[in-house]
Design a protein around this ligand. Structure first.
Ligand code: RUG
Length: 829
């Protein structure tokens, strides 16, 4: 600064004490001030929730300081930035994660204890930010943590839904959905930016105009909605860098519909304006398919348009033409959900910036990259042309133009192979004409990433085979990862401290490959003892939770066997339940004397079913019906328990994962693109019972197949097995347990009939029957290993030691180097 601005800056600096201090006394002062002035309670009398609010605001102040410094530094350096566009972010709670990353966890705990509060208790006051469905959304959250920690100049963009993922309530064993109005008690982790808002347009028509002698298109919109920014600072660990997650909320536009007002219909005019807010009101709760919903399309365009206006504004502040746009901007499409960004960038560059089609296209091809997260055909989004034409008429024209050029280019390369041309076309012809968003993304992005090696192989050999043959260089993969900060340090502090003690350093929290150092102590009796102790404490915590929520008392000596994830037929929770019935049946039919040999198990299942997914809901009901029978059978007692954990979310995962002995990842091979739950369990020293699917294949390479319990058909065997249909061999035990369900052994036989039909009579698409025998063998191997606690503990230590490759730090470094071309930009202050 110079002159007057300099004098002003100096005066402000003179008034400041410097950065906020992090010693317990300073924190106490800040907390008390927030009690008085932010929460507006007396500092002499406030409860746990108010203390949580005041503490969160004190932490937020520190986040804001760092956020400002980081953004100023990025602005000054003007590095190439990554913009990560995702319709879903499953952030969970923020308090514990923030204080760990800021390095002030212990100081906060000290400050609170002197005020008569306990940090852990206050952390429990926070609700989850559940702005996403499952794996894809939590992955985005893990990746933001890694981007900040690794000092990458990154921004996340998404939607600020007023209602997050529904709350699952179980009544008589049936799932019911309740709205998650998560903002009810305020959200101290976001900053509303009333001045950062953009008009987003919909509907209307396209007209032609002559500008400087050239024809150009002008979109005359029919509706305008305002997008207002809410910033969520994401702190890195061991760095001052704090990046931004900017979420957009829809508000009525400032522009009035004068006609309605003038006709005297004041109330309806206001109500109509208010409807704008519905765009960001609710998260779609189905992670399988979203075909043809207007609101969904509006959500996608709304967040894409606002984000791009923000990105282009930032770019134009530092540059007066678009020549260097690709050197400064990388746009990552998290699945096809944000892929309307492609025609939107074309529209802005061609219609508003008047760059000309070819120049705009050249830029688009350099800035976009795309990651797909599915192999399921229903996961590939399609937008009905009619819908797009009415909502975004100019975008449809642009997509048609992109497709026309692509088809012409393709014909030159492959000739008039109409089958292939029609498969690859962005436009799907048929009774209903659709836009294939995956095809659009592949055509326009420079990189198409899968989320595990096998996923990428399947994309190349099946799902996108035609495209791979055309552009082999576009296809890559970056195996997913999760952040060890949240999934070990925050959620398993006991294990975290133990790891640091034995490695002699906390450096693994940033450099997770150091975990391999645990391998040399895996057989050490002292480490084993301490490891077992930590695990036991975690099991106690989980057992208390189970009892509080279900009334079922479980034995700590039992093996805690967990399957927590969305309920899907391909994830095969039904296979798990059928094997639990088999186990129960075996115990019941055993001589009493033989029961001593049975390894006691607590089977824990948790997960939400999409509200319209009937079969998934029946799986939940079956789980409850079986649990009811088993848990009330005193003859079986502690030998077997089955518990369904309701309303599974990030916070529940943080509690359950550290307490699990065994976890199940048993999807039919070739169906789970990656899977990230397995990585969290692995980091926490939980053994895996799994099929060779998704990233499990790479986990096997790291820890060895003898360190886990593998079973089932391999990816390349699945198709042939399916073709056998009714001729497929299924074991007698399988037929027996399905019959027990059919015959009403657990009640509700009419209700379960259609569920049983999905696995019998030649219609067992997910191969539960043919995998059953090898599944039971893997279960038996797990029982046998559990009896030998020394061996089990060694395997557990080796699991944690081999988990480093599955950190999102590694994934983000790979993306930065191979896909985005960005460099760290570390804030020096
Ligand atoms: O089902 C996939 C998981 O296999 C994967 O680990 C995760 C993150 O890449 O994404 C999940 N996913 C896929 N969530 N939504 C979709 C729909 O495309």
């Amino acid at each position: 600064y110079s002159g007057e601005r300099k004098a002003k800056a100096e005066r402000i600096l003179g008034l400041m004490d410097g950065f906020l201090k992090n010693d317990p006394v300073s924190l106490q002062k800040d907390i008390l001030e927030h009690v008085e002035y932010t929460v507006a309670r007396s500092r002499f009398s406030f409860d746990d929730f108010e203390a949580y609010q005041a503490l969160s605001h004190s932490v937020r102040d520190r986040l804001i300081e760092r956020w400002h410094d980081t953004q100023v530094y990025f602005k000054r350096k003007d590095p190439k930035r990554l913009y990560f566009l995702s319709l879903e972010f499953l952030m969970g709670r923020s308090l514990s994660n923030s204080v760990i990353n800021l390095g002030i966890r212990d100081q906060c705990a000290d400050a609170l204890s002197q005020l008569g509060f306990e940090f852990e208790v206050l952390a429990e006051q926070e609700g989850d930010a559940a702005l996403g469905n499952g794996g894809l959304a939590r992955l985005s959250a893990c990746q933001m943590d890694s981007l900040a920690t690794l000092d990458y100049p990154a921004w996340g963009y998404g939607l600020r839904y007023q209602y997050g993922l529904f709350r699952q309530v179980i009544l008589d064993g049936f799932q019911h959905e309740q709205p998650d109005y998560w903002l009810n008690f305020g959200n101290p982790w976001e900053i509303e930016r009333v001045h950062v808002s953009y008009a987003v347009k919909f509907y209307g028509n396209v007209e032609e105009e002559i500008l400087n002698g050239e024809k150009c298109k002008v979109w005359i919109p029919g509706e305008t909605v305002e997008a207002v920014a809410y910033d969520n600072p994401i702190p890195g660990y061991g760095t001052r860098n704090t990046v931004n997650l900017r979420l957009w909320a829809a508000k009525p536009s400032g522009q009035h519909d004068m006609e309605s007002y003038n006709t005297g219909d004041y109330i309806n005019a206001v109500v109509n304006r208010q409807r704008a807010e519905t765009i960001s009101s609710v998260l779609y709760p189905d992670d399988r398919s979203h075909q043809g919903k207007e609101l969904r399309l509006k959500q996608q365009y709304f967040f894409v348009s606002a984000s791009l206006q923000d990105i282009i504004r930032r770019f134009k502040e530092a540059h007066d033409n678009f020549d260097v746009f690709p050197e400064k901007v990388a746009l990552q499409l998290n699945d096809t959900h944000p892929s309307l960004a492609i025609p939107e960038v074309m529209r802005v560059l061609v219609d508003e910036e008047h760059l000309g089609w070819n120049r705009a296209w050249d830029i688009v091809c350099k800035i976009f990259s795309f990651t797909t997260h599915t192999v399921l055909p229903e996961g590939l989004e399609k937008i009905p042309v009619d819908l797009l034409e009415s909502l975004l008429p100019r975008h449809l024209q642009i997509i048609y133009d992109i497709n026309f050029n692509f088809m012409e280019e393709l014909k030159k390369k492959i000739g008039l192979d109409y089958d292939r041309l029609s498969r690859m076309s962005i436009v799907e012809e048929g009774a209903v004409k659709n836009i294939r968003m995956a095809n659009l993304s592949i055509v326009c992005c420079h990189t198409v990433d899968g989320v595990s090696r096998v996923h990428s192989e399947l994309l190349k050999s099946r799902v996108f085979k035609d495209f791979y043959e055309l552009w082999p260089q576009k296809f890559q993969y970056k195996t997913n990862g999760v952040t060890q900060r949240r999934w070990i340090v925050v959620s398993n502090p006991g294990l975290s401290a133990l790891i640091s003690k034995w490695l002699g350093t906390e450096a693994w929290i940033r450099d997770v490959d150091l975990l391999t150092g645990l391998r040399e102590y895996a057989a050490d009796a002292d480490l084993q003892q301490e490891w077992k102790m930590v695990r036991k404490v975690n099991k106690m915590r989980l057992a208390e939770y189970i009892e509080a929520m279900s009334g079922v008392k479980v034995s700590l000596d039992a093996m805690f066997d967990v399957q927590i994830k969305r309920i899907h037929e391909y994830k095969r929770q039904l296979l798990n339940i059928l094997s639990i019935i088999h186990r129960y049946d075996c115990i019941k039919n055993m001589e009493k004397s033989d029961r001593r040999k049975v390894v006691p198990r607590v089977c824990i299942i948790g997960g939400k079913a999409a509200p319209g997914y009937e079969i998934a809901k029946k799986i939940i009901k079956l789980c409850h019906a079986v649990a009811e029978k088993i848990n009330n059978d005193t003859d079986v007692g502690d030998l077997l328990k089955l518990v369904f954990i309701p309303d599974y979310n990030v916070s529940v995962a943080e509690l359950v994962i550290p307490g699990a002995d065994l976890s199940q990842h048993i999807s039919t091979a070739g169906h789970e693109a990656s899977g990230t739950g397995s990585m969290k369990f692995l980091m926490n020293g939980c053994l895996l019972l799994a099929t060779a699917d998704g990233s499990t294949i790479e986990i096997i390479e790291e820890i060895g197949s003898d360190n886990m319990f593998l079973f089932g058909a391999k990816v390349h065997e699945v198709q042939a097995l399916r073709e056998k249909g009714p001729a497929l061999k299924t074991p007698l035990q399988f037929a027996r347990v399905v019959k027990m369900v059919r015959d009403g052994y657990f009640g509700f036989e009419d209700h379960f009939k259609s569920l049983c039909d999905t696995v019998e009579g030649g219609s067992d698409f997910y191969l539960l029957g043919s995998d059953f025998a090898s599944y039971l063998e893997a279960q038996a191997a797990a029982d046998k290993a559990f009896v030998d606690q020394e061996k089990w503990t060694r395997m557990s230590i080796l699991s944690t030691a081999g988990s480093g490759r599955f950190s999102s730090d590694r994934t983000m470094e790979e993306y930065a180097k191979k896909t985005w071309g960005i460099e760290p930009c570390k804030c020096p202050f």
